[in-house]
Design a protein around this ligand. Structure first.
Ligand SMILES: [Fe+2]
Length: 250
């Protein structure tokens, strides 16, 4: 019931940070240098990864954007970028597991990739995908079906960040009914994106709808926000204590 009270404006912050080491693995970030709007250099990537390690993470699965208009990443580009980061971690003696999948933008090219099975997955065949921030894609249900028919498990990135779903919260339940897994951004919990996305995030936690928690880290500012703000949110503690998260199984 604690969280329900918080939704209605009571105190929503703890004095101490929640121990993030129980998550073990982060599932959403942009840390391959220079291939999307995330980290720009190898030094920046390594600096950010060292902060993840300090927060208690043992593994980071980075997920560069793949989007036909802006980020024309391919499986090869992402995997060779991942290998370079791994090499650098080894050279610098940093003990952190590093892997890569992608955050696929729902567009025609994504459907072509699904048909060809040219998709980077993580864990148990999970595929992270994102939607337009402006309008619900017409093809959404079709693409979910295509993913599942091809044997993939769709994971919708930051559902709390699509404002067109806000007036119809049941829509989120309909995704769960279809077998879509919802991945929340940690920084949504402290209102890092908008007050509205914070409210939706809290409600999703209260209704036990979240199974992956991700940083969506693009730069050092995102890690600092986790460290200073988001790791102290009561909603985060409730989510972790729920035992529903799958992060530690990756
Ligand atoms: Fe992202």
């Amino acid at each position: 019931m604690g969280l329900i009270k918080n939704i209605f404006g009571k105190k929503d912050k703890l004095k101490e940070s929640v121990d993030l080491s129980v998550l073990r693995c982060d599932v959403h970030s942009h840390l391959i240098p220079g291939i999307d709007d995330g980290s720009k250099t190898m030094d920046e990537t390594i600096g950010i990864l060292q902060e993840f390690k300090k927060l208690g993470y043992k593994k980071v699965i980075t997920t560069p954007h793949t989007m036909s208009d802006y980020y024309r990443n391919t499986t090869d580009i992402i995997l060779s970028g991942r290998d370079k980061v791994r090499e650098e971690l080894m050279l610098r003696g940093i003990d952190l597991e590093f892997d890569a999948a992608s955050e696929y933008y729902l567009d025609e090219q994504f459907e072509e990739r699904i048909a060809k099975k040219d998709i980077l997955t993580f864990g148990d065949n999970y595929v992270l995908f994102e939607l337009s921030f402006l309008a619900e894609p017409m093809a959404l249900n079709r693409v979910i079906f295509e993913l599942q028919s091809a044997g993939y498990k769709p994971v919708l990135a930051h559902p709390e960040r699509y404002p067109y779903f806000y007036p119809d919260f049941e829509k989120y339940h309909s995704f769960l009914d279809k077998g879509v897994i919802l991945q929340l951004n940690i920084n949504s919990l402290s209102g890092g994106y908008s007050p509205a996305s914070k409210k939706i995030a809290q409600r999703m936690i209260a209704e036990n709808m979240i199974q992956f928690l991700g940083s969506d880290c693009h730069h050092m500012g995102h890690v600092n926000a986790i460290k200073i703000e988001s790791s102290k949110m009561i909603a985060l503690k409730e989510l972790i204590d729920s035992g529903r998260l799958l992060n530690d199984r990756l």
